[in-house]
Design a protein around this ligand. Structure first.
Ligand code: HEC
Length: 173
């Protein structure tokens, strides 16, 4: 075997890794560049709370239960004694007979929620989301967000400032 034959092979592996690494960095840079300026400052949970699920329309972006949509209201999360699992169940199933929507599209296809089918709930069946159904993972992420941001900190005073990561900074000029 000619001695120079092994040289390119020795270089081949690190080169492959370098390319994959550069590709990943490139994709990341593209993804960051594609976000609107303020979205970069929002956590994944805040993004679901404010954008994907629009929970703030009823709960307020500060979690005080005064809806950002003035016609709506929700629970004041600072007063909530619910744990994460119970919150995930409520977000999935909604609260029958109230405005709290169900965010899991499979809820009420059978009796997984409160032992009741959609037909059994009748007029009390919660409404579907204002925007879109959420994947299980998103339901967990937004429940974590509510737990970490609001729960156990005492009732949120109506009109209190929103958490830093839910506050879009002033547009830069
Ligand atoms: C259309 C209005 C509306 C929207 C949108 C909404 N909620 Fe609610 N939510 C309510 C209302 C009203 C209640 C209180 C129901 C009751 O009286 O028990 C509630 C209750 C809750 C509770 C139970 C809190 C407690 O301590 O009892 C959780 C958790 C919750 N919502 C999470 C969410 C999340 C997360 C989203 C977005 C993905 C969301 N909600 C979107 C209206 C809404």
């Amino acid at each position: 075997m000619p001695s120079n034959f092994s040289k390119p092979r020795a270089f081949a592996v690190p080169f492959k890794f370098a390319t994959a690494g550069m590709f990943a960095v490139g994709v990341l840079a593209l993804a960051v560049a594609a976000q609107p300026a303020f979205a970069q400052d929002m956590s994944a949970g805040a993004r679901i709370f404010l954008e994907k699920g629009q929970c703030n329309q009823c709960h307020g972006k500060n979690g005080d239960g005064v809806g950002d949509d003035p016609r709506e209201h929700g629970a004041n999360f600072g007063e909530s004694g619910l744990d994460k699992e119970t919150m995930m169940m409520i977000i999935s199933c909604g609260v029958p007979g109230t405005n709290m929507p169900y965010f899991d599209k499979f809820s009420y296809t059978d009796d997984r929620c409160y032992g009741m089918t959609g037909a059994q709930e009748g007029a009390n069946k919660p409404q579907p989301p204002l925007t879109e159904f959420l994947a299980k993972r998103d339901i967990e992420v937004v429940a974590d967000y509510i737990q970490q941001t609001f729960v156990g900190k005492g009732p949120v005073k109506p009109g209190a400032a929103a958490p830093a990561d839910a506050t879009p900074p002033e547009p830069q000029h």
